[in-house]
Write a protein that binds this ligand. Structure first.
Ligand SMILES: Cc1ncc(COP(=O)(O)O)c(C=O)c1O
Length: 393
C-alpha cells in the first residue's frame, strides 16, 4: 500500500517546525492522538475527572481492544502501565529466582533491564548470561539453543536495542523458548509502531512496549502483554485494590486478566492517546510503515556513507529505522547540538545504555537518527547535507 505522505504530514503538526529524526526517542504525535488527549482533558475540566471517566467508559475499554489488535493478542492479555520500564519490571519481578537459576539475555540489552537482572542476581544468586551473536552482530538462535539446560529460568531480550538498527530474531528466540517450555519476556519498545508485531508468531509469554516512540503516542504510556496461559498462578510483584479484590481480613483475590498488573489511578487522557495511536498505525498499515521507515533509514545511511570520517554502527544485515553513527573528531553531543540548532532532532546514545554491546565494540557516544514513515525524502537529504557540513568544519 502506498502511503499518502501529504496527508500524513498534514496530520502531523510538528513537521512544520522540525525535521524530526528522533522517533526512537519520542515520535511526533498525529492529530487524532493529540485530539484524543486534549478532548479528554477538556471533558475532565468541564465535568470532573471521575465523571469524565464514566462518560468515556466505552472508549476507555476500547483501548484494550486497540492494543490487542496491534499485537495480535486478546484484550484480557493487556495491561496498561505508565512507562515501559515499569511494564517490563512488573513482569520480570514476578519471577521467583533461586541460586543458580540462569537468565539468558541479549548482548545489546537495555540498561534498565540489565540493572534489574543485576539486582535480582544480587538478591537471589541467579546468574545472567548473554546469548552470543552471529558474525553480523545479530543474536544467534543456534547459540541460544546450545545454552539451554534445566537451570534456564527465563529468556529475556530486547527485540531492537536502544542504541542502533539491530533487529534481533524475536520469533526464532520464541521457537527455542517454546520448544523447551522456558518463559520468554520480550522488550518490544523500539519495535512497536515500526514493524508488525504478532505475539502468537513470536511465542513470547510477556511483551512490554512504550506508546511514545514509533507508535507516536503520548509520553508516559506503555503496555504489558501477558499470555493467557501464563497468567494462571502468576502473582504481580505489587498489587492494589484494582489488581486484586480485598475479600476478607486475611485474603484477597487477583483479577483473572492481565489487568492484575495495573493499579487504581491512571492518566486516562494519555491512555486514550495511546489507543488512538494504535488505531492510527493500524489504519495506515504497519507493513507499509515498516517499508517506508526502513527505506528512509537506508537512504540516510547511503547519503552519510559518503562523508569522510563518518562511521556507521548499526549491526545486522537488515537494520531498522534507527541509524547510529559517529563523525571522526567531533563529539556526538556536539553533532546533536549543531543539528538541533538547524532544526533537526536526533538523539545521543550513551555507551551505558547498552553497556555490554558498547564495551564489546568499544563504542563511544553515538548519534542516533531515527526517521519514520512521515518524514520526507527532502528531510533526509537535508539532514545528510547538514551532517556533511558539520563533518567538514
Ligand atoms: C529497548 C528499550 N527498552 C525500554 C525502554 C524504556 O521505555 P520507557 O522509557 O517508556 O520506560 C527504552 C527507552 O528508551 C528502550 O529503548
Amino acid at each position: 500500500m502506498t502511503l499518502d505522505l501529504d496527508r500524513l504530514r498534514a496530520e502531523t503538526p510538528g513537521v512544520a517546525n522540525r525535521i524530526h529524526l528522533k522517533n526512537a526517542g519520542a515520535g511526533l504525535m498525529p492529530d487524532p492522538v493529540i485530539a484524543a488527549i486534549k478532548d479528554h482533558i477538556d471533558l475532565e475540566a468541564a465535568i470532573g475527572g471521575y465523571e469524565a471517566e464514566d462518560q468515556e467508559a466505552a472508549r476507555i475499554e476500547g483501548i484494550y481492544d486497540s492494543i490487542a489488535r496491534l499485537i495480535g493478542a486478546g484484550r484480557d492479555e493487556i495491561a496498561l502501565v505508565g512507562n515501559a520500564t515499569l511494564a517490563w519490571d512488573l513482569a520480570f519481578y514476578a519471577f521467583d529466582f533461586a541460586p543458580g537459576d540462569r537468565i539468558l539475555t541479549a548482548r545489546a540489552e537495555y540498561a534498565a533491564n540489565y540493572i534489574a537482572y543485576l539486582q535480582v542476581a544480587k538478591r537471589t544468586g541467579a546468574v545472567i548470561e548473554a546469548i552470543p551473536d552471529d558474525a553480523s552482530g545479530v543474536l544467534d538462535p543456534a547459540a541460544l539453543e546450545a545454552m539451554i539446560d534445566d537451570r534456564v529460568k527465563l529468556i529475556s531480550i530486547s527485540w531492537i536495542p536502544t542504541n542502533g538498527g539491530l533487529v534481533n530474531p524475536a520469533a526464532e528466540v520464541g521457537r527455542v523458548a517454546r520448544a523447551h517450555g522456558i518463559p520468554y519476556l520480550l522488550d518490544a519498545c523500539q519495535a512497536v509502531g515500526q514493524l508488525p508485531v504478532d505475539v502468537a508468531e513470536i511465542g513470547c509469554n510477556f511483551l512490554s512496549a512504550t506508546g511514545r516512540k514509533f507508535l507516536r503516542g503520548p509520553r508516559g504510556t506503555s503496555f504489558l502483554y501477558v499470555r493467557r496461559a501464563t497468567l494462571a498462578g502468576l502473582e504481580p510483584p505489587m498489587i492494589d485494590m484494582f489488581g486484586a479484590a480485598w475479600t476478607g481480613p486475611e485474603c484477597y483475590v487477583l483479577r483473572d486478566d492481565a489487568r492484575r498488573f495495573e493499579t487504581w489511578e491512571n492518566n486516562y487522557a494519555a491512555r486514550l492517546g495511546l489507543g488512538a495511536a494504535a488505531d492510527y498505525a493500524m489504519a495506515i498499515c504497519i507493513e507499509s510503515i515498516q517499508k517506508r521507515a526502513f527505506a528512509l533509514a537506508e537512504a540516510l545511511r547511503a547519503a552519510l556513507r559518503a562523508i569522510p570520517g563518518f562511521a556507521l554502527h548499526d549491526l545486522g544485515p537488515k537494520p531498522c529505522a534507527i541509524v547510529s553513527f559517529t563523525v571522526a573528531g567531533i563529539e556526538s553531543a556536539a553533532v546533536k547540538a549543531r543539528l538541533h540548532a538547524q532544526g533537526v532532532n536526533v538523539s545521543k546514545s550513551r555507551p551505558n545504555s547498552t553497556l555490554l554491546d558498547a564495551q564489546a565494540r568499544s563504542l563511544p557516544d553515538l548519534v542516533r537518527a531515527s526517521p519514520h514513515y512521515y518524514n520526507s525524502e527532502d528531510e533526509i537529504a537535508r539532514a545528510a547535507e547538514l551532517i556533511a557540513e558539520i563533518a567538514a568544519e
